[in-house]
Design a protein around this ligand. Structure first.
Ligand code: GAR
Length: 209
């Protein structure tokens, strides 16, 4: 059974979907702890499922490094096999990423490398594209730049606003996340291999520049 820590900042709808999936005894992963950088609404899902939770309040730390060090200490208590960033709206400091990568993944509401960053949905709308998407990636030290594990296109419809488009993307994100975690747990998806392949692809692309 793969043990998973999920880190959130907001409503935790992707967390909820993962908790629901993991409630199936056939699902090969188990969420052992939920963490957040603030008093997140999504804690309610953890509570409902009786999953322990911790908070490392961003506002109480003087720097990203100090905040990240405390987050690292909390994760070390639980020693999960995998960390899932599911709407955590903070960049992690490099030492924490280096410690966990490639066993740390992130969901993003755009078809990466298109529209990275904190406003993936808003930026897609502003660019007036006909389709955007959802992605699950390995976290590296860039902004949403890690190796892509799964992604799918989502159409932008006439009249969409940020809310309606995000609402159409989220179910796709949930499905991708549940499937990626399942494949990691089953050994079908090897994160070390995916990270190495991603590094090779990135250096090949850089050579071609
Ligand atoms: C999700 O769409 C996630 O991809 C996004 O925040 C949302 C959280 O929703 N994350 C990012 O944009 C990170 N760059 P949730 O709290 O309802 O799961």
């Amino acid at each position: 059974m793969l043990t998973v820590a999920v880190l959130i900042s907001g409503t935790g709808s992707n967390l909820r979907a993962l908790l629901d999936a993991a409630a199936d005894p056939e699902y090969p992963a188990q969420i052992v702890v939920v963490g957040a950088d603030r008093e997140a609404e999504g804690f309610a899902h953890a509570e409902e499922y009786g999953i322990p939770a911790f908070m490392v309040p961003w506002a109480q730390f003087g720097s990203r490094e100090e905040w990240g060090a405390e987050l690292g200490r909390q994760l070390a208590v639980w020693r999960p096999d995998l960390v899932v960033l599911s709407g955590l709206m903070r960049l992690l400091p490099a030492p924490l990423v280096d410690e966990w990568s490639p066993r740390i993944i992130n969901t993003h509401p755009a078809y990466l490398p298109e529209f990275p960053g904190a406003h993936g949905v808003r930026d897609a709308l502003a660019a007036d594209v006909e389709q955007t998407g959802a992605s699950v990636i390995i976290v590296d030290n860039g902004v949403d730049s890690g190796p892509i594990l799964a992604q799918e296109r989502v159409p932008v419809l006439p009249g969409d606003d940020e809310h309606s488009l995000h609402d159409r993307i989220k179910p796709v994100e949930r499905r991708l996340l549940i499937d990626v975690v399942r494949r990691i747990a089953n050994g079908e998806l090897d994160l070390e291999a995916a990270a190495s392949a991603g590094a090779v692809a990135a250096s090949t692309a850089a050579d071609g520049d």
